[in-house]
Design a binder for this molecule. Structure first.
Ligand SMILES: [Fe+2]
Length: 176
């Protein structure tokens, strides 16, 4: 069987309505499957799958009143773990460099904070966050990857700020 990429990525949120509004109206991903799951032990879980394109879905679960599931947690993942924003992130395909620029303008016009286009040499990216604090990215390859790309080697020196570690003290506090 050939490899076929992701079916879906599963995430969680404390506020599914706000999450839906962002993914549906800001990013334009259509909700394609919505469930309310009653939990036998109490409470319920709401679940939405969004179509991010090319039959790849992104799903969010929101638990309410379910025993053993905390009412509050950092659904943005990195902050709660005390690691840089770059560690856990999800990148959507932009399609082309022109489309990446267009997407940046579109997100800025919708009031989002978006980085400049970052040039990785082999790809260009923009970064922003969803309402949960989840680190998101649109990315576009600027050339094909080759055998040299696949060989582990020294590439560049980067700063921790570049990894999204804006304030090391804040993240150190989160780890405690
Ligand atoms: Fe990335």
């Amino acid at each position: 069987m050939s490899l076929k990429g992701f079916s879906h990525i599963g995430l969680s949120t404390l506020d599914l309505d706000r999450t839906r509004d962002f993914y549906e109206h800001v990013l334009g991903f259509k909700p394609v499957r919505c469930d309310i799951l009653k939990v036998k032990e109490g409470g319920q879980i709401r679940h939405i799958f969004f179509d991010t394109g090319r039959d790849q879905l992104m799903a969010f679960m929101e638990a309410r009143g379910v025993p053993g599931i905390p009412a509050e947690y950092d659904a943005g993942i990195n902050g709660g773990l005390g690691v840089p924003n770059a560690f856990y992130h999800f990148a959507f395909e932009a399609g082309s460099e022109a489309a990446l620029e267009e997407k940046r303008d579109e997100l800025l016009a919708k009031g989002l904070e978006v980085t400049e286009v970052v040039d990785h040499g082999w790809a260009k990216s923009i970064y922003f966050k969803d309402p949960n604090g989840i680190q998101l990215e649109f990315c576009s390859f600027v050339r094909n990857l080759n055998a040299d790309d696949a060989r582990m080697q020294d590439r560049a020196e980067i700063s921790i700020r570049r990894l999204g570690l804006e304030d090391p003290a804040v993240l150190a506090a989160a780890r405690r």
